[in-house]
Design a protein around this ligand. Structure first.
Ligand code: NAD
Length: 465
């Protein structure tokens, strides 16, 4: 049954939610205070890079509209999603200013019918109750009188991965909803039914995965749903940090971490995913959410040692790459380093807490010149990055006269660059592959020295030297 939905915030989470709910048949109004973003969206132009957004925007244009005004979006909605940002504050706990503003805007404009206010932003445990209070107070200030029975708050954590946001939204592993109000749970079950039952026709550009069955719908209390989100992200982060820590030992003992990871990951209790050694994790979620978890622990007098260690291993990973470059080049001051990739991972132009940028900062601190390439994030980097980087649009411009290539983001196209033809451009044919992404043996055959993370270094093949 089609519902009227409002989504507050049109970032990665809000826009994806609005698009997928409109796609499965609901009528959606998406609201953002950023006028430029809303203007672009009205013209079908996505405000950031994410696969399939333009196609999806055009498919759902009859059921999805955009506005900057709460009074247009909220009164008619049966379900209102809060999907605004929760960036880290200096003490580590998330800054809830945007959530507060959204809750106020919703409370002031609540309609006559029953409304479910759904928190999709990642917020500390207890925020559901907090949002409920803010909505209630805003309603009372605006209208006077009691708001009882007019609305209920639910938590519906988002698990999408940037780079595959629409895919994850249509084909999720699970949908988690926390609420104390049974009606709210029922409304959300109905809202998600086409996804839970996978009864919608798949878009041509996002075919349904083979063997996709019904999606589990997990209902919990508010606090549990909020903690599930932090627990999931922290666990994924520590899985990566675990293999990264082991990769340092693999280097010392002469093992190959990729073989080790394969051997570990084939254990069905462990699984192969998130066991790729590399430069470590970044992005808008893992760093912020692990920090928030630590802050929550502190608030309750608990030290979350494993999460703390995962963060420390992650920080060290960037330094390990600098140490590799130092041991090869001896001096970094004045060297030109060609950085492959700026986005925090492939298929996105999101630069928030990008490991590539953290690595670039360490190299710049050592006096190196860093010249960077990225298939999609260069325009955004030129606008947003506050580091003295040089930017290169082509492989040739990137590599000309460079002392080493450092791969920081595993964009698939880097594997197919014509590395043989490009080699003469480099001053030193040295590749430090901080994601174990390139074909090291092929590069060595072409005359490169190849270093990865936790894998044996490869010398250039003799005949080419
Ligand atoms: P974002 O910064 O990309 O988007 C937030 C949007 O909200 C912006 O467009 C901003 O203009 C808008 N906004 C801010 N205040 C507003 C207000 N008062 N009213 C209306 N709009 C307002 O953020 P995001 O990456 O989409 O993340 C949103 C939330 O989801 C965060 O809590 C994040 O932790 C969580 N989350 C993000 C991801 C991800 O991969 N990005 C995944 C899961 C969960």
């Amino acid at each position: 049954m089609s519902k009227r939905v409002a989504v507050v915030g049109t970032g990665y989470v809000g826009l994806t939610t609005a698009l997928s709910l409109a796609y499965i048949g609901h009528r959606v109004v998406a609201l953002d205070l950023d006028e430029a973003k809303v203007r672009a969206l009205k013209q079908g132009i996505p405000p950031f890079f994410e696969p399939h957004l333009p196609e999806m925007l055009s498919l759902v244009r009859d059921r999805l509209s955009f506005t900057t005004r709460y009074e247009e979006a909220i009164p008619g909605a049966e379900v209102v999603f809060i999907a605004v940002g929760t960036p880290p504050s200096p003490e580590g706990s998330p800054d809830l200013t945007q959530v507060q503003e959204a809750a106020r805007g919703i409370g002031q404009n609540l309609g006559e019918g029953f409304t479910v206010v759904v928190n999709k932003s990642t917020v500390p445990v207890g925020s559901g109750n907090y949002v409920e209070t803010l909505v209630r107070r805003a309603f009372q200030e605006a209208h006077g009188g009691e708001v009882d029975g007019r609305f209920a708050v639910a938590s519906n954590p988002e698990f999408l991965r940037e780079g595959q946001a629409l895919y994850d939204s249509l084909y999720p592993d699970r949908i988690v909803v926390g609420a104390e109000d049974r009606r709210a749970l029922e409304v959300l079950r109905e809202l998600y039914e086409p996804i839970l039952e996978q009864s919608f026709p798949a878009p041509a550009f996002l075919p349904r995965p083979e063997r996709m069955g019904a999606v589990p719908f997990l209902t919990t209390g508010l606090a549990s749903a909020e903690l599930i989100k932090y627990g999931a992200n922290a666990f994924l982060a520590l899985k990566i940090s675990f293999i990264n820590e082991l990769s340092a030992l693999a280097e010392r003992v002469g093992a190959d971490i990729q073989d080790v990871a394969r051997g570990i990951g084939l254990d069905s209790r462990i699984g192969p995913r998130f066991l790729q050694a590399g430069l470590g994790w970044g992005g808008s979620c893992f760093p912020k959410d692990t920090l928030a978890l630590l802050a929550m622990g502190r608030e309750y007098g608990l030290k979350l040692s494993i999460v703390e260690a995962a963060r420390e291993v992650n920080r060290r990973q960037r330094e390990r790459v600098v140490e590799k470059l130092l041991s090869e080049l001896k001096v970094l001051k004045g060297r030109t380093l060609a950085l492959l990739g700026l986005a925090f991972k492939p298929h996105t132009d999101d630069l928030r807490e990008s490991p590539a940028l953290e690595l670039a900062r360490l190299l710049l601190d050592r006096g190196a010149f860093v010249r960077a390439h990225d298939p999609v994030a260069l325009p955004r980097a030129r606008r947003e990055v506050d580091l003295p980087l040089e930017y290169a649009e082509t492989p040739e411009d990137l590599l000309k006269g460079a002392d080493a290539v450092v791969l920081a983001t595993d964009w698939p196209e880097y594997r197919t660059w014509p590395w043989g033809e490009l080699k003469p451009l480099l001053r030193t044919p040295l590749v430090v592959d901080a994601r174990n992404h390139l074909d090291g043996k092929a590069l060595a055959r072409l005359g490169y020295r190849y270093l990865g993370m936790g894998v044996p270094a490869l010398a250039p093949a003799k005949e080419v030297v």
